[in-house]
Design a protein around this ligand. Structure first.
Ligand code: NAD
Length: 485
């Protein structure tokens, strides 16, 4: 890429998750002078306490499951045990390695990283509060203490993410009640784990700790697990998790958590079909969603439109203050790392267009990103993956559709792997055959879904999919099988 402007325009990005740091790197590549501010290490929630650390746990779970099943493959093992301290140590090493990679990239592109808490002063000024050794502008000889820096720039991108939500119930703050963050740094594996919420986070931890040997109970308020996913998929997935020994109660409203005076046991009290019930646990994971981190930014000082649900933007990620943009979880929409990254791309494209053209223009087409096609995966065992419209979405929109299905038990590779539990559903427009969505669970579902996402981006039809030669034997053939002849 080339420098497109002289003198250099300045951009300050608040938040160093996959939204913020990727946008910082891209902005620097386009010749902008970039400052990246974050109150936590680079990588944000995704790298430090979300996507990546849970994936290290997932790998532990997979290895353990494989070892437990080894005799079916003619392999004998001795007694299998899990050194949880080592699991945590490996997880931390993976985080450090990836942090090092991002820091290297930021340095090599001359992005200035400032560690501290940022707030807005006016539409061009960000104040950063930093303390002690974290503060790069700390005066010589100051051992610790707060200092502030004011950073003035032409554009500001807010990418400060979200925080775990908790239920406003008695006992929500009891000892032993944790969020996903603490689940990644436990001292030991809980014998009995109760998870409140059968969304993405709840089910990933349910699957991991089931493999680690915990007795897992999941309590979900809605009538199905994964409420925003295709219902048919969710029902089948519930059965698959049940077969693994995970107890899932749907239609369960959690009312309180009580801690016994002795023994440290927790009692989670919930109601189901007008009956008051309870389940006992050693740890309770609260996985009831995340909320945008809008509180500490001083958004009112600049008049940015927001609510507890997030900062309001247009489709260019621009707030009502034209030189300030917001991307990722802070917008309160789809809370996915890759969505944040691509929202950052869109925001940067708008900023570059502003610079070239002098001011924002209505209705410009900035890029080919389609935010209606965002693949998503749940890293349970088996994995869940989804893209596009669900059957329920199609019904709501009054679309005439066809649903095409296949099972992993008819897929040679899956059967050979001993992982044949799973299914695939492709939804097409009944009139022109365009692929509208795909929902599957099974081995490597998170990788398989990319093919359908690519086809949907190219507005492909089911006939066009049928013409694509797929290698045999591969798991991706499950897509071709669903498409049929
Ligand atoms: P979520 O919205 O996916 O699920 C929360 C669940 O809690 C819902 O099913 C909801 O019905 C349930 N719930 C709410 N109140 C309840 C109550 N009183 N009793 C019982 N159940 C209750 O939220 P999450 O799982 O916390 O995840 C937060 C965000 O992080 C999501 O947007 C998710 O997409 C994202 N995330 C994504 C990944 C991934 O892509 N693999 C991984 C982790 C998190």
């Amino acid at each position: 890429m080339v420098d497109i402007m002289e003198p250099k325009k300045k951009i300050t990005i608040i938040g160093a998750g996959p939204g913020g740091y990727e946008t910082a790197l891209a902005a620097a590549s386009w010749g902008l002078e970039v400052v990246l501010v974050s109150d936590s290490p680079v990588g944000g929630v995704c790298l430090n306490e979300g996507c990546i650390p849970t994936k290290t746990f997932c790998r532990n779970a997979e290895l353990l499951d494989n070892l437990k099943d080894a005799s079916e493959f003619g392999i004998s093992t001795g007694e299998i045990s899990l050194d949880f301290a080592k699991v945590i140590e490996r997880k931390n090493a993976v985080i450090s390695q990836l942090q090092g990679g991002i820091e290297f990239l930021l340095k090599s592109k001359n992005v200035r990283f400032v560690r501290g808490r940022a707030e807005l002063k006016d539409k061009n000024t960000v104040i950063v509060h930093c303390s002690g050794s974290e503060c790069p502008t700390k005066e010589e000889g100051t051992a610790a203490g707060e200092s502030t820096e004011e950073i003035v720039s032409d554009f500001i991108v807010i990418a400060t993410g979200s925080v775990s939500a908790t239920l406003p119930i008695t006992g929500a703050d009891a000892e032993g009640v944790v969020t996903s963050r603490e689940m990644l740094s436990l001292d030991s594996i809980p014998q009995r784990l109760c998870i409140i919420g059968a969304g993405v986070i709840g089910l990933e931890f349910a699957s991991i700790f089931n493999s680690f040997g915990s007795e897992v109970t999941v309590l979900e308020y809605c009538k199905d697990i994964l409420p925003h996913f295709d219902t048919d998929l969710a029902k089948r997935m519930k059965q698959a998790l049940g077969k693994k020994g995970i107890k899932i109660e749907t239609g369960a409203q959690v009312k309180a958590i009580e801690r016994a005076d002795t023994g440290g046991s927790l009692s989670v009290i919930y109601s189901k079909k007008d009956m008051d019930l309870s389940t006992e646990a050693d740890k309770v994971l609260m996985a009831v969603g995340r909320r945008p981190a809008v509180q500490s930014l001083n958004l009112d000082a600049v008049g940015i439109e927001y609510s507890p649900k997030g900062i309001v933007t247009d489709s260019d990620m621009r707030t009502n203050v034209p030189n300030i943009f917001a991307i990722g979880d802070i917008r309160g929409g789809i809370m996915l790392a890759h969505a944040a990254t691509f929202e950052g791309k869109r925001a940067l494209n708008a900023i570059l267009a502003d610079i070239r053209e002098g001011s924002p223009e209505e209705g410009r087409i900035l890029d080919g990103i389609d935010f209606g096609i965002i693949p998503a995966a749940v890293f349970t065992r088996p994995e869940v993956a989804t893209v596009g419209l669900t059957e329920e979405d199609c019904k709501d929109k009054g679309l005439k559709i066809k649903c095409l299905k296949s099972m992993f038990r008819a897929n040679g590779k899956a059967v050979a792997m001993g992982e044949a539990d799973g299914y695939c559903k492709i939804i097409t427009d009944a009139e022109d055959g365009r692929i509208l969505g795909c929902h599957l669970f099974g081995p490597h579902a998170s990788d398989i879904i990319q093919e359908v996402a690519a086809l949907m981006n190219k507005k492909a039809t089911i006939d066009e999919l049928r013409d694509i030669i797929h290698a045999h034997p591969t798991l991706s053939e499950v897509i071709l099988s669903a498409a049929g002849i």
